[in-house]
Design a binder for this molecule. Structure first.
Ligand code: GUN
Ligand code: FE
Length: 462
């Protein structure tokens, strides 16, 4: 069994450097910051430019707070800093143990040869329990404080996934994957009725374990149109219209092969945007993964309907078709964009890797468009990994930046390691230099602590 997360500490106080993205173009570096987190895990005080010797004095008289001058303070030194936790906007939890397998296969082959046989194993609750414990710990280790997870099609296993996130303290959107056709008999919902009933039962379960959705929320998850028929999509759309605040996730314009098969199956729709919109699945609560090939019309619908984009650059460039999504266009239009690992659809469980790949792919996109769509900056990639992802998950009122009133979902980063991996900090490095070195060369070893709602959840021996 996994160990339970470190219990709440009361209250948490940090002094030092805090770095957060406040818009795609602006990273705010707070120097000599003082940040206080309440027992409930909320940021209750934040001020910049507080000299270290003044901290105790200031803690005595914080507005609306008790005298905290005797509380322990974590003084971050040079080379250490806080950043908001990473948001993984597209993650298939049951693919945790298949990551790296079948890269280079076209999507339909990869699903049939690698993914469906693998996900079918989650019929066994004990297998699900063990694998999901490893999966959630693994993503926490990488600094993923919020994940939008697809489960398998199994109700019980997906409940176990939601329970696991709650127990381990990871913020999560969790969905039972709906798929009734174009999948083998051993791994598909037997009927639309069953798919919808299992979905409703799963939603009721999540509402029973976390009634106000403090950490875990259900998310409607049609795998993609190819695995659904009209009746199933309409049924899922009905559930969405009954629960106006419920999130929705699926795959969208992921591969030329997928776009072509979708057209064959749904000839009545000109494109995927119209298809999903028709069934009430294309709105401001929707997360669309990949979004590589939408045409101008569909991009217009994404913007008009305020749909969020889960950019999965590792997956997009290691499947059978190499694809570079037009992220610069999306950002210029004010479309919500975050990053996704895609789990087994890629090879890495790291949002740092996804952000680096987003940068690399944007260079390719600039080349492909003769400079029209300019590359992303590293800071924009950091935005996608944090606040951008929070917006896609409709959680930006709670997480994504350091602001009073928000939950403290954060990573304590250290660059003071001589481990042969991350770039060493040198005396003449500015804070921005140190941050850049972390973004380009850091990994989970640099993520010393992971906090969700003020609770420290990374296992110490990971
Ligand atoms: N399309 C339908 N299912 C999947 C999946 O599991 N992963 C990816 N990347 N695309 C999909
Ligand atoms: Fe996916």
């Amino acid at each position: 069994m996994s160990s339970s997360p470190t219990s709440w500490t009361t209250p948490l106080i940090f002094h030092g450097t805090f770095i957060h993205s406040i818009s795609p173009k602006e990273v705010d570096i707070i120097l000599n910051g003082l940040l206080v987190v309440s027992q409930q895990g909320k940021i209750v005080f934040l001020r910049r430019n507080v000299p270290a010797p003044d901290v105790k004095k200031l803690l005595r008289f914080l507005p609306g707070l008790p005298n905290l001058s005797d509380s322990p303070v974590r003084f971050l030194t040079r080379g250490e800093f806080l950043i908001p936790g990473f948001v993984d906007t597209h993650n298939h939890a049951p693919q945790w143990t298949q990551r790296g397998m079948g890269r280079g296969l076209l999507i339909m082959d990869w699903l049939n040869k690698v993914t469906f046989p693998h996900e079918a194993k989650f019929e066994d609750p004990e297998y699900a329990r063990q694998t999901y414990a490893s999966c959630v710990d693994g993503f926490i280790k990488q600094g993923v404080t919020t994940a939008a997870y697809y489960g398998s099609l199994h109700g019980e296993a997906t409940k176990i996934l939601a329970d696991t996130c709650l127990e381990k303290g990871q913020r999560a959107l969790v969905g039972k994957c709906c798929m009734v056709r174009n999948a083998p008999d051993f791994y598909r919902d037997k009927t639309n009725k069953e798919s919808l009933e299992v979905t409703e039962d799963f939603i009721a379960h999540v509402k029973s374990i976390d009634p106000s959705g403090l950490l875990v929320q259900p998310i409607l998850t049609p795998r993609f149109a190819i695995c659904c028929d009209e009746e199933l999509l309409a049924g899922i759309g009905d559930i969405a219209s009954k629960h106006r605040d419920m999130m929705i996730q699926t795959h969208f314009n992921e591969a030329k092969q997928e776009v072509a098969v979708t057209k064959e199956l749904f000839p009545q729709f000109e494109n995927e945007a119209d298809l999903y919109e028709h069934f009430g699945l294309f709105n401001n609560r929707t997360i669309m993964a990949h979004c590589i090939y939408p045409d101008d019309y569909e991009i217009g619908r994404i913007k008009a309907c305020d749909v969020g984009v889960a950019h999965c650059p590792v997956s997009n460039t290691t499947g059978g078709e190499w694809g570079a999504a037009p992220i610069r266009r999306y950002l210029d239009m004010g479309i919500k964009v975050g990053l996704g690992t895609d789990s087994g659809g890629g090879f890495s469980s790291s949002i740092l890797d996804a952000s680096r790949q987003a940068f690399i792919i944007s260079l390719g996109r600039e080349l492909m468009t003769d400079g029209k769509e300019q590359r992303l900056t590293l800071w924009e990639c950091f935005y996608l990994a944090t606040l951008g992802g929070a917006k896609v998950c409709c959680l930006a009122d709670k997480i994504g930046t350091f602001e009073t009133g928000k939950d403290f979902d954060a990573l304590e980063v250290t660059t003071l390691l001589d481990d042969g991996q991350s770039s060493l900090v040198e005396e003449d490095d500015s804070v921005a230099d140190i941050f850049e070195k972390f973004l380009m060369t850091g990994d989970d070893r640099n993520i010393a602590k992971v906090f969700v709602m003020g609770r420290s959840i990374k296992k110490s021996k990971q």
